[in-house]
Design a protein around this ligand. Structure first.
Ligand SMILES: [Zn+2]
Length: 569
């Protein structure tokens, strides 16, 4: 274990009291410029001792203790050395041998919380339960008013859901059951009637009304074909004040869940005006526990940013704009992503939601307004289109280290990997999917799966791949993600794409420092390093020590953000 001398601790601590926004280069400069202060000048606010600290810092990968002052780590080393930084006022945590990692970072998550608090829960295994949950709501809802359920997963239900099961709940209320993936929904007959959709209605561009063999509507509707339902029926109404309050409550709720899972920074992969307002409200009320970064989504909000001259990086350490988001194809879990080869046993190549021209125009506009860009592209065909757009603007208007992102970037090949590396682009592949969504991967097959969620290929190519749950479509628990990336094993014991398995140490880097890199924040977070924000997670067990198949069961004992405990088991 590397040990800092006492003198080095003290020098670092004096330099950092009250410091903000230091880069690692800045840190060296300041430490060199200010020799060690006298003993006693640098009492830590908090020291943590007797831990197994997995730092994610290659300069000192393991330690047993660290000290925190003014929300930042000021020293990392042995318990004996760190104790020297405490005085009577210093809080001490004896970790009792528990494992501590940097706070986990999720770079792609849909962090509303409003649905979780207020919508009908469709995340159930049996259709009877789904019907009961919906019925409880329709009983309290006036006829003609929508009842919506969220977090549905067709492959985890005991029957293939159709219109019929939803009609059994109600023929008087339009009902929507929204897949947790966000790209498909199931509607009852009342909803189709209100929308004027019959079995003879042609599919719109970028969408589909699914039909059975006899040509009848099944109830399942994909992608942009769902837009028509938004314009019909009545919906529960809220005053602007109620709406705003629901937004804040949602963020407070989800922030609690995320930090309980060990996350300290979470990127919101699509925030419009209401969501950004809700973040700020939750922060003002003291209910925002994690550091939130958001990708701006929606023309109105984006135009507002552009009009105000705000761009990528606007904000501070708690709430910041990390780019603008677009979506160019379908979903992995819902089998609508656009690929160069079809889904197993079909002629279905998936769905594009933007043309090359639309991608090029969106990228050019965002680029010229100083935005970092993030485009949802799952299939290899779509990833190629997005890379073309990134390559085009980089060539015409070169920018240093832009780190444009490819959201999900699910199915790759050596040619795409080389182009991603050459551009310095950031892929954000699903990190819980190999495990959690195992029953879907037969639609892709092993050959494709060896190139999907390709954490190992990215790492081997020298691409700093971060963690990304895409919650709600995927679970956000980072320990499940580590298990999934290490084992690629689903609930049933099937291993999907074994070529992409990575080591626990690699998975920990994905979950921490690579996440910081994905927002140009690797100098202030992502590792337990003196000078960085004191964001860390205490685990009951070291993931190295348990059977990889049960990493997800490790308890998160404590989550600390900026030196403040935000979760304690
Ligand atoms: Zn997403």
């Amino acid at each position: 274990m590397t040990k800092f001398s006492r003198k080095e601790f003290l020098g670092l601590g004096a330099a950092l009291a009250g410091a903000t926004g230091l880069s690692s280069a800045g840190l060296d400069t300041i430490v060199a410029a200010q020799p060690a202060a006298g003993a006693g000048a640098v009492a830590a606010d908090l020291i943590v001792i007797n831990a197994r600290v997995l730092t994610s810092d290659p300069a000192m990968p393991r330690a047993e203790a660290f000290a925190v002052k003014a929300g930042r780590f000021i020293a990392v080393g042995s318990s004996a050395d760190i104790r020297n930084l405490a005085n009577a006022q210093t809080r001490q945590i004896d970790a009792g041998g528990a494992t501590i990692t940097p706070g986990f970072i999720d770079c792609h998550c849909h962090v509303s919380g409003v649905g979780e608090l207020f919508s009908v829960n469709a995340n159930v295994p049996r259709v009877r339960e789904l019907q009961a949950n919906l019925k409880a709501r329709t009983d309290k809802t006036p006829p003609g008013q929508w009842v919506e359920a969220i977090m549905f997963d067709d492959t985890k239900l005991d029957v293939a859901l159709t219109r019929k099961e939803l009609d059994e709940v109600s023929r008087d209320h339009p009902i929507a059951v929204n897949h947790r993936g966000g790209h498909t929904s199931w509607y009852n007959t009342k909803a189709f009637e209100l929308a004027g959709i019959t079995k003879n209605t042609p599919d719109p561009d970028h969408g589909r009304f699914f039909k059975d063999e006899s040509g009848e509507l099944t109830g399942r509707v994909a992608e942009l074909a769902r837009g028509v339902f938004n314009k019909v029926g009545t919906r529960e109404r809220f005053t602007p004040e109620q709406q705003r309050d629901r937004g804040r409550q949602g963020k407070a709720h989800i922030s609690k869940l995320l930090t309980a899972a060990g996350l300290t920074t979470v990127h919101d992969a699509g925030a419009g005006r209401d969501s950004i307002l809700a973040y700020q409200d939750a922060r003002e009320s003291g209910e925002l526990r994690h550091r939130a970064a958001y990708l701006v989504r929606g023309a109105d909000t984006f135009n507002g940013f552009k009009a105000a001259g705000l761009y990528y990086g606007y904000g501070d350490e708690w709430l910041r704009c990390t780019g603008v988001k677009f979506a160019a194809d379908g979903s992995a879990s819902e089998r609508t992503m656009r690929m160069s080869t079809p889904y197993v046993g079909t002629k279905d190549y998936g769905i594009l939601t933007m043309t090359q021209k639309e991608i090029d125009d969106a990228v050019e506009d965002a680029w010229r307004h100083n935005f970092r860009i993030a485009i949802h592209a799952n299939g290899d065909t779509t990833i190629d289109m997005v890379l073309k757009a990134y390559e085009r603007v980089q060539k015409q208007w070169p920018r240093k280290d832009p780190r444009n992102r490819i959201e999900h970037c699910s199915l790759v090949n050596p040619e795409l990997l080389a182009r991603i590396k050459a551009l310095g682009a950031i892929p954000t592949p699903f990190w819980t999917y190999a495990h959690y969504h195992g029953e879907k991967w037969k639609f892709y097959g092993q050959e494709k799966m060896n190139w999907m969620f390709a954490h190992k290929s990215f790492i081997d190519t020298g691409i700093r791949v971060p963690g990304a749950s895409d919650y709600g479509p995927g679970p956000f628990e980072p320990l499940m993600a580590i298990q999934s990336m290490v084992t690629r094993k689903d609930y049933g014991g099937n291993v999907w794409g074994p070529a992409q398995r990575i080591t626990i140490d690699q998975a920990l880097m994905v979950a921490t420092i690579n996440g910081a890199y994905a927002s140009h924040e690797e100098h202030v977070k992502g590792s337990i390093t003196a000078g960085k924000y004191a964001d860390f997670t205490m685990l009951e067990k070291d993931p190295h020590d348990v059977n990889p198949d049960v990493i997800k069961n490790i308890r998160v004992l404590r989550t600390v953000v900026g030196g403040r405990t935000v979760h304690e088991a």
